[in-house]
Structure formats: structure tokens, C-alpha cells
Design a protein around this ligand. Structure first.
Ligand code: GLN
Length: 195
């Protein structure tokens, strides 16, 4: 089983390393033909406008949409979460637009550009909180009826969610040593492969 990491811009190497620590083969995706045979795809953090424009240039949006529509797992972290969203408050930038959520980009303002906090994520199993690193992060303002909330900040803001084969996190699990979110996504791809 091979999982792809969209490698147009941003923190893709860290995602590859995390998956490889779990013994999963990875492939960097820059062109549509790189999607062939992949069990799922991670869209990393970075700059969502840049990643979106490059994805248009390389003709990647349509093939990713088509595969995701057939149940193929996709996980977006931070900028990747923005790309997966259906609604980012009317901002004009290329999106995959697959997930029924409304996202606010750069939701934490200048003073708290980047921060770390501990999140309870019951879906990961066990009681241990997850150390979440937020970098100029977006947050989820609204989720549609088919979307499961996986984690919230203490003020209630939603920062991780799942809609069937689509997973989003506003923070960067690939920048910590905690592999539980990567393991969770690997399990999603294994289940999709069996289905
Ligand atoms: N602020 C970035 C954006 O809007 C996301 C930041 C990140 O991915 N770390 O695209």
C-alpha cells in the first residue's frame, strides 16, 4: 500500500517521514499520473493559495476530486484543510471544495500567529491528549450534517473533523512525534482498500 503526499509546496517531507515511520510506502505527487495506484492522499500545510494555483497549473484538482468522490481517503492539514473545504467565506482561490465545512483562514490573528495546545481526541483511542501545533492556522466555523467533529479548542472552536473518507486537521501532526493521526489515516486507507 502506498500513500501519496501532495508535494507542490509546504510541509510534505514531514508527512512522508511520519508515514515511513509507520512502515507505509509513500510517493510525492506533483502530476496527475503520480496518483495512479495510491491508497490515499495527504495535502500538507503550507500556503493554500500557492498550493491551489499550482494544483490548477498541473491539472491535479479534477483527478483528485474524481478519486475522492469514489471514496478514496484524503487528509488535509492546515492549508490542506482549506483546499478540501467547500466554503472559505467567499475568498476567491482554487479549492477542491469537497467537504461540507466553512473555514476561516488565518483565524487566530497576528498576536497568536503560532501556538501549541493539548487536544482531547477521543476518536484516536486512549485518554492521552494530542499535542497540536498551530501555524497561521485556519479553523472550522461550521460543519454540515455529514461531518463528525473530532477535536475542539477549549473555547469550542472546531479544529479536526471527518466526513466519511475526508479528514481535516487545522494543526500539524507531522511536526510532532505523536503518530496517532497518521495511524488513524492509514487505517482509513486500509478500510477503503478493503471496501
Ligand atoms: N495560513 C495558511 C493558508 O491560509 C495556512 C498555514 C499552514 O498551512 N500552516 O494557506
Amino acid at each position: 500500500m502506498t500513500i501519496g503526499v501532495l508535494a507542490l509546496q509546504g510541509a510534505f517531507i514531514e508527512h512522508r517521514k511520519a508515514l515511513e515511520r509507520l512502515g507505509v510506502d509513500t510517493r510525492e505527487v506533483r502530476l496527475p499520473e503520480h496518483l495512479e495506484g495510491l491508497a490515499g492522499l495527504i495535502i500538507p500545510g503550507g500556503e493554500s493559495t500557492t498550493i491551489g494555483k499550482l494544483a490548477v497549473t498541473y491539472g491535479l484538482l479534477e483527478p483528485i476530486r474524481a478519486k475522492a468522490a469514489s471514496g478514496w481517503p484524503v487528509w488535509g492539514t492546515c492549508a490542506g484543510m482549506i483546499l478540501l473545504a467547500r466554503d472559505i467565506g467567499g475568498l476567491a482561490q482554487p479549492l477542491l471544495g469537497l467537504m461540507d465545512v466553512t473555514i476561516r483562514r488565518n483565524a487566530f490573528g497576528r498576536q497568536v500567529d503560532s501556538f501549541e495546545t493539548w487536544l482531547d481526541v477521543p476518536e484516536l483511542g486512549g485518554d492521552a491528549p494530542f499535542r497540536a501545533i498551530f501555524i497561521r492556522a485556519p479553523l472550522i466555523e461550521r460543519v454540515g450534517p455529514g461531518v463528525q467533529v473530532l477535536a475542539r479548542l477549549s473555547d469550542g472552536a472546531i479544529v479536526a473533523a471527518r466526513q466519511r473518507n475526508l479528514l481535516v486537521t487545522a494543526f500539524h501532526p507531522e511536526l510532532t512525534d505523536d503518530l496517532r493521526f497518521h495511524r488513524y489515516f492509514v487505517r482509513m486507507t486500509e478500510e477503503a482498500t478493503k471496501a
